[in-house]
Design a protein around this ligand. Structure first.
Ligand SMILES: Cc1cc2nc3c(=O)[nH]c(=O)nc-3n(C[C@H](O)[C@H](O)[C@H](O)COP(=O)(O)OP(=O)(O)OC[C@H]3O[C@@H](n4cnc5c(N)ncnc54)[C@H](O)[C@@H]3O)c2cc1C
Length: 524
């Protein structure tokens, strides 16, 4: 799959031209679901700078200890077939190659790299889909501009391509991690500082005896620790977090889902087992009838229901998961100031319950902690600075309950504070261009871009555009938690009927309107 775009004679094509900007999980999942459900022929172009599709930030890792943070059945490109990925793994002997994927509770926690392979393979299988007359091609390039003339779009790219489109879908995903403000700004270039630890080969070169500080105790920290422990790191490791909250462990696997390890077991289970939960009405106990939804009301309902189920011998997971699965319906009902309150007061608490540990890594980390190799500390980071370019870093922090700041030397400081949405968007020229032209606008919490219930981009005048849609993590401000693979797949599933309906209206465009000015390469 090499892609050297060059001008060609204009193609005459009847299908509607669809451009998807970004081919991580969201872009690929959208293309696959769109092809399968199309009501008119579609020529889909995925614009993505990476040669491998479906990897994005989450699944580019090749580290064998970076696993999916939920069981296999929570990961599928087809939300009405929750076991699509599990079946792919069984058909491709993944468990034979990676027996550690099977955890002692019966759950399958495959490597993220295998999920990346599954996404790409599934995409390729849909590249030419005669049943609906659709095709998918890849333009290996980075989108940098967006223009609209007479209702048609043009996406321009870094390599000088100019791609015409009837519809544009923005699936640019997660922003790359950036250093928080407590770090001196020049430190991003310091050899001892890892600004972005995701898929960073420098993790593999950390000297075994070095003193290492991880800032943040999220799942990224768990990934980093898993890698360092595999490399038999011997120096002291400190994991600093402000609240001292750590991601919770996985919920027990529900009894019926333990069967989802063989083709026969899978065949006996309903494929829409998770989609059904996400699409069902909000559980009544979250809604105080006749009153506007508030954060306080939601938390009160959550607490009361948790107490109730605990009395019956159940645990908090079921109630929390009710809220998580219904959040896409609850969140839009919250006023903007309530959403902001959630971000300042509850975000960390929500995240540690929501994004749960990979059991294989968690066990290894807890055992290293018991041996004194890793210390988790609750502290506020005051500053990180370099003593000089090639020596150690000086960290000033104040531990919880201590009156004074302490100053400590570290050889390596790793940023595990998560993804900075605002800085990430500012660094993406396509998003900057689309926003500057007023085609998209920030949501009320500035976490991403505002969309309506059908993921239509809301422009600077407040109008929802049916020809421009935004999906996945950049819609977090509009839906609360469209982050995990299953929630993204379900978001696409919910949106598509309305999209397919709108395609029918446009399917009789003139050939002239469908000129394209670049060579796209089929996915072979
Ligand atoms: C480290 C990590 C681990 C995760 N693990 C899990 C997990 O185990 N299970 C789970 O359910 N969820 C997990 N997630 C959540 C994750 O958000 C989703 O699963 C999903 O991968 C998001 O996919 P995406 O395509 O929207 O974003 P991304 O993966 O970020 O992909 C976006 C793509 O858009 C491309 N792009 C961006 N800008 C442009 C442009 N201007 N032009 C062209 N292309 C562009 C990028 O190159 C990239 O390939 C994880 C997230 C992270 C960050």
């Amino acid at each position: 799959m090499t892609h050297t775009p060059e001008p060609t004679a204009p193609l005459k094509a009847l299908p509607l031209q669809i451009v998807i900007v970004g081919a991580g999980f969201t872009g690929c999942c959208l293309a696959v679901q769109m092809v399968r459900t199309a009501t008119v022929p579609l020529a889909i172009t995925l614009i993505e700078p990476n040669s491998h599709l479906g990897r994005g930030l989450a699944y580019s890792t090749v580290d064998p200890d970076h696993r999916l943070n939920a069981p296999a059945y929570v990961h599928s490109m087809l939300p009405d077939d929750a076991f699509h990925f599990t079946s792919w793994c069984l058909n491709n002997q993944v468990l034979e190659r990676d027996p550690e994927a099977l955890w002692s509770d019966g759950g399958l926690y495959f490597r993220r790299s295998d999920f990346g392979l599954y996404i790409e393979d599934t995409l390729k299988q849909h590249a030419d889909w005669p049943a609906t007359g659709c095709t998918i091609t890849h333009l290996q390039d980075k989108a940098v501009g967006l223009f609209n003339r007479d209702g048609r779009w043009r996406v321009t790219t870094g390599k000088g391509n100019d791609v015409a489109a009837d519809r544009v879908f923005v699936t640019t995903g997660n922003p790359v991690p950036r250093l928080p403000a407590t770090f001196d700004s020049e430190l991003a270039a310091h050899p001892g500082v890892l600004e972005n630890p995701l898929n960073n080969p420098r993790l593999n070169t950390i000297a075994s005896q070095s003193r290492v500080l991880l800032v943040g105790s999220s799942l990224t920290a768990l990934d980093v620790l898993a890698t360092m422990l595999r490399q038999d790191h011997q120096g002291p490791i400190v994991v600093l977090s402000r609240h001292g909250l750590r991601p919770k462990q996985q919920a027990p696997i529900p009894e019926p889902l333990l069967k989802a390890r063989t083709p026969e077991g899978i065949a006996a289970l309903p494929g829409n087992i998770l989609l059904g939960r996400i699409l069902r009405p909000v559980p009544a106990y979250f809604l105080e009838h006749g009153q506007a939804l508030t954060l306080r009301g939601m938390v009160k309902a959550l607490r009361a229901k948790t107490k109730e189920v605990q009395k019956e011998g159940a645990n908090w997971y079921a109630v929390f998961d009710d809220m998580r699965d219904a959040l896409w319906q609850l969140w839009p009902q919250l006023p903007a100031q309530e959403k902001r309150r959630f971000l300042t007061k509850m975000r960390t608490w929500y995240d540690v319950h929501r994004f749960r540990t990979v059991p294989q890594s968690d066990q290894r980390v807890r055992s290293a902690e018991a041996r004194g190799l890793i210390r988790f500390c609750v502290a506020r980071l005051k500053s990180v600075s370099a003593v000089n370019a090639d020596s150690h870093l000086e960290v000033v922090m104040r531990e919880k309950g201590q009156g004074d700041d302490i100053r400590r030397p570290f050889d390596v400081v790793i940023n595990c504070t998560g993804l900075d949405a605002v800085k990430g968007m500012q660094a993406n020229p396509f998003l900057v261009a689309a926003s500057d032209s007023g085609y998209i606008r920030r949501d009320a919490c500035s976490l991403g871009f505002e969309v309506d219930a059908h993921c239509r981009a809301v422009n600077s005048e407040g109008v929802a555009l049916h020809t421009l849609r935004v999906l996945g993590p950049p819609t977090v401000g509009s839906f609360g938690d469209p982050i995990g693979a299953m929630f993204i797949a379900a978001q696409i599933y919910r949106m598509l009927p309305e999209v397919q309906e709108s395609f029918k209206v446009n399917s009789n465009l003139d050939d002239d309107q469908l000129l394209i000015f670049h060579t796209r390469v089929p996915l072979m």
